[in-house]
Design a protein around this ligand. Structure first.
Ligand code: ADP
Ligand code: MG
Length: 278
């Protein structure tokens, strides 16, 4: 089932300067999508277009068949599309974790008992149960970001958009958040769109969308996209480290040119094989 459709969408913050320049794309329910692209390529603008924070100048954005320009559907769309942003500190509204998670559902008039159920679910899904009664200010960045995701989950969204949600976190915090995202996608069937500049993170997705100058440059599975070193470079992006090293070793015939080498694990296996031959 189609979750999101952008049809020839343009957007300008300033007259005549297109931040998004004629994008068309479709995302299905349950997909895990990574969006990559250098700074200013339009990633955040696309995220904001999808949940109706901004409206296209031309073209259309539809979420489960509802146009984001439709005044009466916008409330419905916002409930279905949860957003998590870069800075966890800007997303906390209450001091105590469980009050923070309750804020969203309270705001849309969810009944008290249902709110309690949703808090339980959100804490469990994000592995933050132990922080329930703690002040959010005492948590680490990764823990805060998981609480922010819990707050969004309490609205029961079908789509979760994370706009560089891991970029202020240390590697441990990033891994914790990515684990939660993966589980929500696989076990809860939530459609995930994650904007990231960590190529290793993009590798987790079913599909990667590469943006350049307000448009989609190309898209495909992680293996398809990371087979295009030159095209990525033209978009100002680098390969995941292991893929890059693998390509250099292929050029020097240290590992087989046709071998699949994208991840650190692939690289390790191939290097062991080639050392065994020496
Ligand atoms: P990304 O998220 O990929 O870094 P953005 O979607 O934030 O890109 O920005 C796309 C383009 O729109 C950039 O050229 C940026 O400078 C411009 N832009 C973004 N936000 C604003 C704004 N609030 N006012 C004016 N220009 C903006
Ligand atoms: Mg951005």
């Amino acid at each position: 089932m189609q979750a999101i459709k952008l049809d020839n969408v343009t957007f300008e913050y300033e007259e005549g300067i297109f931040a998004v320049n004629g994008i068309s794309l479709e995302i299905n329910q349950g997909e895990y999508i990574a969006v990559v692209g250098r700074n200013g390529s339009g990633k955040s603008t696309v995220a904001k277009l999808i949940n109706g924070l901004i409206s296209p100048k031309s073209g259309s954005v539809t979420v489960f068949g509802m146009d984001t320009k439709g005044k009466k559907d916008i409330f419905e769309i916002r409930k279905r599309v949860g957003m998590v942003f870069q800075n966890p500190d800007n997303q906390m509204v209450a001091t105590i974790v469980e009050d923070d998670i309750a804020f969203g559902p309270e705001n849309i008039g969810v009944q008290r008992e249902e709110i309690a159920r949703r808090i339980d679910f959100a804490l469990k899904a994000t592995n933050t149960e132990e922080f329930r009664h703690r002040p959010a200010s005492q948590l680490s960045g990764g823990q805060k970001q998981r609480v922010a995701i819990a707050g969004v989950l309490a609205i029961k969204p079908q789509i979760l958009i994370l706009d560089e949600a891991t970029s202020m976190l240390d590697p441990k915090g990033r891994a914790e958040v990515n684990e939660v995202i993966r589980r929500l996608n696989k076990e809860e069937g939530i459609t995930v769109i994650t904007v990231t500049h960590y190529m290793e993170e993009a590798f987790e997705a079913d599909k990667i969308i590469v943006m350049k100058g307000g448009d989609v440059a190309f898209a495909g599975t992680p293996e398809e996209v990371f087979s295009c070193e030159k095209e990525l470079e033209e978009c100002g992006l680098a390969l995941p480290r292991a893929t890059y090293i693998g390509n250099r070793l292929k050029e020097k015939n240290i590992i087989d040119k046709n071998a699949k080498c994208f991840t650190a694990k692939d690289l390790e296996v191939l290097l062991c094989e080639s050392f065994a031959k020496i």
